[in-house]
Design a protein around this ligand. Structure first.
Ligand code: GDP
Length: 463
């Protein structure tokens, strides 16, 4: 385990490979620290790097004595105009593991030290280049694998989310100081902090915080992908639908009831959101042991799913069977989509008999003939996401933030209580300070070494 027992900036100049390990066209080695430029200069043959301007790129050779290791491009960022606010050098070399290791070990011999995971970003944070939620956004950005996850992380990185919290925090600080002032004049029994205004501010902050907490659910879903279960009786056409959605012959389509025994997981991207599709082994009572496992898994998956797609065979199932299934599966509050399959065969009468509840999203398709599949995708998106994404600038995707927000919410409720059943100003002041403390934990005005260690140790080396 890499420890930050002493979370402060040392004089060391750190070095790491910043591109993924393995063979690539180029590899980028990054150095940060006071000596970054001079250490690089000591092995570089080309221009004198110490005489060059910030934000310039130079071609030359890295040499170990007389041995040429590689021809490289060196980018210079002179403090404080760099990611870490220190001198930063990025060496773009050829992407062979051998060359990269040779260059890194040479520079370590010349005085650099190997960076710990996340240490570049830690330095950026400690030097005031990023706040904590932005630093975490860097980690998210690096790992984002869908357009939506990328734009949420990018938003957070650009500070949208911290700005909102900081504005709220400032307002609270104002009230905290007014109440502190009352403490100084305790004998006179004056109120500098208008209680109605304070209550109004608390209501306003609580509203924003609640919204942020709620956004976590969706934010998290965007980061992880939306768990989507396709459930239906054997032969409803689940495997065929999965293939149609993915345009590939992934699941085994079979005429024999109950052959899709294992759950199969595939990812489908709709409008930039990843849906994790889980094909399942029918919801009919299972007859043999293998299928029981499959069915148990199905029920387990259904309970963990964010969206449930119920697929039914509109030709071979009776209306009462379909209704029975829907009654079993549909729970208000869970995103639910009923899909009638095999519309290529006649089905009109059956649908009229069904008389589905109005609040259930419904669509008829033909999985086999690829009809209405795009409409189904669009409906799936609307069922799961709806218009919730328009609020993406205030999206929370981090469990640590949610915890801090919940604690803030609790402290604010205490402040409110303290005004309804009046308590002395010093109690109010204490509760407000608690709220300020938790808000500050999110953006990093309040940090402890443990917290920093926890966050930055999750990064990979070179970030
Ligand atoms: P599963 O058991 O729910 O996975 O069902 P399958 O995908 O294996 O399909 C069962 C049978 O129904 C296969 O013979 C499919 O070709 C057929 N089938 C699936 N979708 C359609 C459809 O839209 N129209 C028709 N006519 N047949 C379909």
């Amino acid at each position: 385990m890499f420890g930050y027992f002493c979370v402060m900036i040392t004089d060391e100049t750190i070095i790491a490979l910043s591109t993924p390990p393995g063979i690539g066209a180029i590899g980028v080695i990054r150095l940060s620290g006071k000596e970054a430029i001079s250490i690089t200069n000591s092995v570089f043959s080309g221009k004198d790097l110490l005489q060059q301007e910030s934000h310039t790129i130079h071609f030359g050779m890295i040499k170990d004595g007389n041995v040429i290791i590689d021809e490289v491009l060196v980018s210079l960022f002179i403090a404080p105009k760099s990611y870490t606010k220190e001198n930063v050098v990025e060496i773009s070399c050829h992407g062979s593991n051998y060359i990269i290791q040779q260059i890194i070990s040479l520079l370590i011999r010349k005085g650099a030290s190997a960076a710990k995971p996340g240490e570049f970003t830690l330095r950026a944070f400690l030097n005031g280049g990023l706040d904590l939620s932005q630093a975490e956004a860097v980690a998210d950005l690096i790992s984002s694998d869908s357009q939506a996850a990328h734009s949420v992380a990018m938003n957070q990185l650009r500070g949208g989310f911290s700005t909102e919290l900081n504005q709220l925090r400032e307002k609270l600080i104002h009230f905290a100081s007014m109440i502190e002032l009352e403490l100084d004049f305790a004998e006179e029994d004056v109120e500098f902090a208008n209680r109605d205004q304070l209550q109004a501010l608390i209501d306003q902050i609580t509203l924003v915080i609640n919204k942020l907490i709620r956004s976590f659910e969706l934010g998290n879903v965007i980061k992880q992908g939306i768990n989507t279960v396709i459930a239906g009786r054997p032969n409803a056409g689940k495997s065929t639908l999965l293939n149609a959605l993915l345009n590939e012959e992934r699941a085994i389509v079979s005429e024999i009831a109950g052959t899709t025994r294992d759950t199969i997981e595939e990812v489908l991207n709709i409008n930039g959101i990843n849906f994790r599709l889980i094909d399942t082994a029918g919801i009919r009572e299972a007859k043999d042991a293998i299928e029981i496992i499959g069915v148990e898994k199905t029920m387990e998956k259904i309970s963990q799913s964010a969206v449930l797609v119920y697929l039914f065979d509109v030709i071979n199932m009776s209306a009462s069977e379909i209704k029975e299934d829907i009654a079993k599966l549909y729970k208000p509050g869970v995103a639910f989509l009923a899909v009638a399959n095999k519309m290529d065969l006649t089905y009109n009468d059956r649908l009229a008999e069904l008389d589905l509840p109005k609040d259930i999203n419904f669509i008829a398709i033909s999985a086999k003939e690829n009809r209405q599949i795009d409409d189904l995708k669009q409906m799936l998106y609307e069922t799961a996401v709806g218009d919730q994404l328009s609020d993406s600038h205030t999206m929370v995707t981090n469990i640590r933030h949610v915890e801090a927000l919940q604690k803030t919410q609790h402290a604010l409720a205490q402040v409110s209580n303290g005004m309804v059943n009046p308590v002395t100003s010093d109690f109010l002041a204490t509760d407000i300070k608690q709220a300020l403390y938790y808000l500050g934990e999110i953006t990093g005005q309040v940090t402890t070494d443990d917290l920093l260690e926890n966050i930055f140790s999750k990064f990979c080396i070179g970030k």
